[in-house]
Design a protein around this ligand. Structure first.
Ligand code: CO8
Length: 257
C-alpha cells in the first residue's frame, strides 16, 4: 500500500509509520488524517502487527494542523462537517502505538503524539500548543490530554502563552516517557515496540485499555475494571505459557491468542 503523505514499513511484528510532508513540516491535513486512519485500520485487522511506531522527520514530528487548509473554514462548515473528528479513530486504535518525536510537535502535532500510548523524544524535540497565537485553541485534545499528562500549571502555561517546551522539560513534566539522543530515537522506539509486540496480545491490549480507563473512571470503578480484565487473562493460553516459562526458567513463547 502506498500513500501520498505517509511512509509505511513493517519490520517483523512492528509497523513503522512516518509522516511525510517535508515541505510543510508534516502539517496534518485531511489527507494525512484519512491515510493514517486507513493504515491503522489495516494494522488493527492484521494479527501479524503487534505494535506501531509513529514518527516524523528529524526537523518535525508535525508542526500542527495544516493552517493553510483550515484558514478559510467558517463555523457552519466546521460544525456541520464535524471538522477533525476523524482523528478520534487514531486515538481509538486498540494496539500499542509509540510516538517517536524529533523536532517540532506543535498544536495538532503535539495532540497526535499524545494520542499515542507513550512518547519517546529526541533531545531536539519541542512541544507546544501555539493555537492561541492563531486566534484559536487546541482542537484535538491539547487542553484535555495535555492537562492530564502535565497538570494544570504547565497546561495553562502552554495553552495560554503558546510557548514551546523542550524535551527535558517535557520529560520532567510527565509528557514524555524517555528522552534519547537524536541518532538513537527510531532505534529506541522500535526496540520498545518489538518488545511489546512479543508479549501476549490480549494482555497488551488489556493493559492499554486499563491504563486508559484510569482517565475516565473513579478509583474504585477503575480497580474493579482492572481486576475483571486480570481475571479474564487466566482464560488465555498465554497466561499458562507465561507462568510455566517462569517456573521452568525459560523464555516464554507467547502464541498471541
Ligand atoms: N500548517 C501549514 N504549513 C505549515 C505549518 C502548519 N502548521 N507549519 C509549517 N508549515 C510550512 C510553512 O508554511 C513553510 O512552508 P513555505 O515554505 O511554503 O512557506 C514550511 O512549512 C516550513 O516552515 P517555516 O519556514 O515556518 O519553518 P521554520 O523552521 O522557520 O519554523 C515553525 C518552524 C516554528 C514550526 C513554524 O513553521 C511554525 O510556527 N509553524 C506553525 C506552528 C503552529 O502554529 N501550529 C499549530 C497549528 S493549529 C493546530 O494545530 C490546531 C490543532 C487542531 C487539531 C488538529 C488535529 C490533529
Amino acid at each position: 500500500m502506498t500513500y501520498e503523505t505517509l511512509l509505511v514499513e513493517v519490520r517483523g511484528r512492528v509497523a513503522i509509520v512516518t509522516l511525510n510532508r517535508p515541505q510543510a513540516l508534516n502539517a496534518l491535513n485531511s489527507t494525512v488524517m484519512e491515510e493514517l486512519r486507513e493504515a491503522l485500520a489495516g494494522f488493527q485487522k492484521n494479527s501479524d502487527v503487534g505494535a506501531v511506531v509513529l514518527t516524523g522527520s528529524e526537523k518535525a514530528f508535525a508542526a500542527g494542523a495544516d493552517i493553510k487548509e483550515m484558514q478559510s473554514l467558517d463555523f457552519v462548515d466546521a460544525y456541520l462537517g464535524d471538522f477533525i473528528s476523524g482523528w478520534e479513530d487514531v486515538a481509538g486504535f486498540r494496539k500499542p502505538m509509540i510516538a517517536a518525536v524529533s523536532g517540532f510537535a506543535l498544536g495538532g502535532g503535539c495532540e497526535l503524539a499524545m494520542m499515542c500510548d507513550f512518547i519517546i523524544a529526541s533531545s531536539t524535540a519541542k512541544f507546544g500548543q501555539p493555537e492561541i497565537t492563531l486566534g484559536v485553541i487546541p482542537g484535538m485534545g491539547g487542553s484535555q490530554r495535555l492537562t492530564r499528562a502535565v497538570g494544570k500549571a504547565k497546561a495553562m502555561d502552554l495553552c495560554l502563552s503558546g510557548r514551546m517546551m523542550d524535551a527535558a522539560e517535557a520529560e520532567r513534566s510527565g509528557l514524555v516517557a524517555r528522552v534519547v539522543e537524536p541518532e538513537r530515537l527510531l532505534e529506541e522506539a522500535i526496540a520498545a515496540a518489538v518488545k511489546i509486540a512479543a508479549f501476549s496480545a490480549p494482555a497488551v491490549l488489556m493493559a492499554k485499555e486499563s491504563v486508559n480507563r484510569a482517565f475516565e473512571l473513579t478509583l474504585a470503578e477503575g480497580l474493579r475494571f482492572e481486576r475483571r480484565l486480570f481475571h479474564s487473562l487466566f482464560a488465555t493460553e498465554d497466561q499458562k505459557e507465561g507462568m510455566a516459562a517462569f517456573t521452568e526458567k525459560r523464555k516464554a513463547a507467547f502464541r498471541n491468542r
